[in-house]
Design a binder for this molecule. Structure first.
Ligand SMILES: Nc1ncnc2c1ncn2[C@@H]1O[C@H](COP(=O)(O)OP(=O)(O)OP(=O)(O)O)[C@@H](O)[C@H]1O
Ligand SMILES: Nc1ccn([C@@H]2O[C@H](COP(=O)(O)O)[C@@H](O)[C@H]2O)c(=O)n1
Length: 229
């Protein structure tokens, strides 16, 4: 008798910048023994490659050309998160302000989006765990609209700006709020991650601490029949 490997349960989480998507998703994945896929890291890694090659991020044709050389790897084990482009470990470099400032221009190129959407679907399908938490901006609507669990993780702009500033120091802390706002404005012209699509559950963490937010997301997953097709 041949044994079939069950399809991993996909938990799709979208939300604006600083809403806690990465940190909360990673903690949820750890608790459940699931994998974790940070999709923003791929857009950031491509933006890093564009900048490293001295390409103008607004030159869509040049960005599309470099996509063919985009040798990308991401760790989906929440305990071993890493991002590589070719031989370069870019885990930290992709968080630099210059990358954050360039990424929205790259993410609005349709060819980039379709290429990465396919990549995300294949990474999620191949995870060697019972499930995977995939987070980004268009996971509930484009990457995995049929996922059994779909969540919009949100928080007030004030809360998100304060949380992001608290991670940083001095000048970076002072500009983080403005950067976050600008990026959301640019990104929301491409995909709607501010309003929950039909069937998507909103978790608003404005009044919740980190642990309460993780619990709230796990409660949504627990309330869903993830065995249904
Ligand atoms: N409910 C919460 N209470 C307090 N802090 C929180 C909460 N949720 C997340 N945080 C903190 O907010 C900060 C931003 O979270 P995180 O980086 O996970 O957001 P994000 O949505 O992935 O952001 P981006 O889209 O910009 O990458 C982190 O320092 C995280 O620990
Ligand atoms: N599904 C996604 C995820 C991300 N983006 C773009 O990438 C940028 C960085 O994402 P973070 O989650 O690391 O903040 C983001 O600003 C978007 O431009 C996307 O388009 N779709």
């Amino acid at each position: 008798m041949t044994e079939t490997t069950p399809t991993p349960v996909l938990v799709a989480i979208d939300g604006p910048a600083g809403s806690g998507k990465s940190s909360v998703s990673k903690a949820v994945a750890s608790r459940l023994g699931y994998g974790f896929l940070d999709t923003g890291a791929a857009y950031r890694a491509l933006a890093w490659l564009v900048l490293e090659n001295g390409i103008d991020q607004n030159d869509a044709d040049a960005v599309i050309r470099i996509l063919a050389d985009f040798d990308y790897e991401i760790g989906t084990d929440p305990a071993e998160y890493h991002v590589r482009v070719g031989a370069n470990d870019v885990t930290d470099a992709i968080r630099e302000p210059r990358v954050s400032a360039a990424v929205s221009a790259i993410a609005r190129v349709p060819e980039v989006r379709s290429h990465l959407v396919e990549l995300f679907r294949s990474i999620a399908a191949g995870v060697d765990k019972p499930g995977i938490v995939v987070e980004g901006r268009d996971i509930t609507t484009v990457v995995a609209p049929d996922a059994p669990v779909r969540i919009l993780l949100t928080a007030s702009e004030e809360a998100r700006m304060a949380r992001r500033s608290a991670e940083l120091q001095d000048d970076a802390a002072a500009t983080a709020g403005a950067e976050l706002k600008k990026r959301d404005q640019a990104d929301s012209r491409v995909v709607d991650f501010l309003n929950a699509a039909e069937g998507v559950t909103t978790v608003d963490s404005t009044e919740l601490n980190f642990a309460e937010t993780v619990d709230a997301v796990i409660a949504v997953i627990a309330a869903t029949d993830t065995t249904a097709d």
